[in-house]
Design a protein. Structure first.
Lengths: 304, 317
């Protein structure tokens, strides 16, 4: 590929930054993050959602999400805050329960794809130019050129009935961006003096990669994990609409999918509330992710 | 001549990629895919009947032979007939791909052009209120799910609860005005969703170029803002812009049309793919996955040649 690498410009900035101030990138990042008002609001909202999800997980609230208890399409009232859906289930309870589903999908996919991206990216970067790098790049290219929804459909076929087909499909495609970024960073880092020094005193290669180099890419991993989290939640909605998503329980995607029938009949509660919950979490996470990027990215392009 | 040589070399270089994609899709969709033996059998089949059907479907052949047959289908573009309708796959593709292109192209072009325009405005007013509004709008746009936009726009523009001005679903196109009526709502939805991501990306690219020394020099020499934006900044940012536009083409053709077409009931390639996913129609899925991979390799090639066009310093080697 003959593209001009903007990373090379950024590399310079990292070095300069480090030389000018002796505090760590993390201390500066926390300081900057705390002054970013939008970012802190985003973080607050995400934590609020997280508490709601933990409550569902512990069985404190929204336990009646699956019960058919009311009349169908009840309007919003004191009993049914957001009304009821086509078969009389409480929309409020379902929207709350879905928060847990969203965090489940988001966290599983974000954590696993970040780990895989970090490992494969580090290997490809450290052994760049060798057959290991070639194979990982080829795998990345292959996964990137299969249409995502088709890939999920194929995985769902192959793992008939497995409730984690969606998670597996997302993890196997979402690691590629993280992998590419880590690879680029590792290629840069492996020529630094501290790596040369480690090699000179005979530190084994595995230790150099995982103890000396990989921890220095942690800021990339953190930002990428938040981006993948958002992507996973958004993909879940589309996949649930296609019938490939969450298999047990309920999610905002499933609620929106079932609401397509109700909308035609003029009942918007299910659609609106699922959308509002989804939008709130995604927007808050995007705001937090942006602030994190600004705080950790020495280029600071997005904020200035 | 140089370009042709390069193209051939690049296409040969793309073979491992196509092999990889077809191998993975074969493994997932055919080898581990749904077993059709019992759908074709009557009640209480004997072992012989089962064996016979399995032989007809080719299930008893070794793995590599079956994969080889799939590759042969790919190379000759002969994918057999659709499982659900019995129509030859090549005919299905010839019928549906033009519809999808007609549906998606206006939104794709508009989404990118408007994205670049907004990004130029935002980058020019960097850190000012206009920039903040545009970036705020794009984060909001990025946070709304495509599915929600599609449903909401349908309520607003095509239902009796809203303007009721456009057809709700279907594709009954006989004239240019029909065409405009049917693509308006899907196009608005596509542009709305793409705009947030595009504007952000293009702004970041433009701002990066703006901080370069040559821009500062040009500014110091008193270059007018319009000329500065176009000649010094936009033209020098063409490489990442082209990369983004080109790489989104293969994905937009299949994934983008999937939601739009299945929701608006438009008989394009996305709808066909959606139906194939839900019914497990393997010949169609194999064709779509294989051809997307080929499209990807061709896109990579064209992208590299375009780099050369916008930047003569890039060598094709």
């Amino acid at each position: 590929m003959s593209s001009v690498a903007p990373e090379q410009v950024a590399d310079q900035a990292v070095v300069d930054d480090g030389a000018a101030h002796r505090e760590s990138i993390w201390a500066k990042a926390v300081y900057k993050l705390r002054r970013d008002r939008l970012g802190m609001i985003g973080l607050g909202v995400v934590l609020l959602y997280f508490v709601v999800a933990i409550g569902v997980w512990l069985g404190i609230w929204a336990t009646e999400w699956g019960d058919v208890e009311g009349p169908k399409w009840a309007p919003m009232s004191a009993e049914y805050w957001f009304g009821t859906n086509i078969i009389g289930q409480d929309i409020f309870a379902r929207a709350i329960y879905s928060t847990k589903t969203a965090f489940e999908v988001g966290l599983v996919v974000a954590v696993l794809s970040t780990i895989i991206g970090a490992l494969l990216g580090a290997l490809a970067g450290f052994f760049s130019g060798t057959w290991i790098d070639e194979i990982i790049l080829w795998l990345k290219g292959v996964l990137d050129s299969i249409p995502f929804y088709l890939f999920v459909a194929a995985v769902a076929f192959a793992l008939t009935g497995n409730p984690y087909a969606m998670h597996i499909a997302m993890v196997s495609t979402f690691w590629t961006t993280t992998g590419r970024l880590v690879r680029g960073e590792v290629i840069k880092l492996k020529n630094f003096e501290f790596v040369e020094a480690a090699r000179a005193i005979g530190v084994p290669q595995v230790v150099i990669i995982f103890r000396h180099i990989l921890p220095n890419t942690f800021h990339i991993l953190l930002v990428q994990a938040t981006i993948v989290f958002v992507a996973a939640i958004k993909s879940e909605v589309i996949l649930s609409f296609l019938g490939l998503g969450v298999q047990d329980g309920v999610s905002w995607g499933l609620m929106i999918a079932e609401s397509t029938q109700e909308v035609l009949a003029g009942f918007f509660n299910n659609f609106v509330w699922a959308s509002v919950f989804l939008f709130g979490l995604v927007m808050a996470f995007n705001m937090f992710s942006d602030a994190l990027q600004d705080a950790l990215d020495p280029r600071k392009v997005a904020s200035e | 001549m140089e370009v042709l040589q390069y193209a051939i070399r690049k296409l040969i270089g793309g073979i491992p990629l196509v092999l990889g994609v077809t191998f993975i899709s074969f493994l997932l969709m055919v080898y581990f895919g749904p077993d059709k033996t019992y759908e074709l059998l009557g009640k209480n089949p004997t072992q012989e009947q089962i064996d016979e059907i399995r032989h007809e479907l080719g299930y008893d052949k070794p793995f590599m032979v079956r994969y080889g047959e799939y590759l042969k289908e790919m190379a000759t573009l002969d994918f057999g007939a659709s499982d659900s309708t019995g129509e030859p796959v090549s005919k299905v593709l010839a019928r549906t791909v033009p519809i999808s292109l007609a549906l998606i192209t206006p939104g794709f072009i508009l989404g990118n052009l408007l994205g670049i325009l907004l990004a130029l405005i935002a980058a020019y007013h960097r850190s000012g209120p206009i920039d903040k509004y545009i970036m705020g709008f794009s984060v909001v746009g990025m946070s709304i799910s495509f599915l929600i936009v599609v449903i909401a726009f349908q309520i607003i523009f095509s239902s009796s609860y809203g303007l009721n001005a456009f057809p709700v679903r279907g594709w009954n196109v006989h004239s240019f005005s029909d065409y405009l009526r049917y693509i308006t709502v899907p196009t608005l939805a596509t542009v709305f969703v793409a705009l947030g991501y595009n504007t952000r990306f293009y702004r970041a690219v433009l701002v990066e170029e703006m901080t370069r020394d040559h821009v500062r020099t040009a500014k110091a020499f008193g270059t007018r803002p319009g000329k500065l934006l176009y000649k010094n900044i936009l033209k020098n940012s063409m490489i990442p812009i082209i990369t983004r536009i080109m790489f989104s083409i293969p994905l937009v053709v299949v994934s983008g049309s999937l939601i739009i077409e299945s929701y608006f009931g438009i008989p394009g390639i996305g709808k066909v793919t959606y139906d194939a996913i839900t019914t497990g129609d393997q010949p169609i899925l194999k064709a779509v996955v294989g051809l997307t991979a080929v499209l990807f390799v061709i896109t990579l090639l064209i992208t590299d040649i375009l780099y050369r066009v916008v930047d003569p310093r890039v060598s094709l080697k």
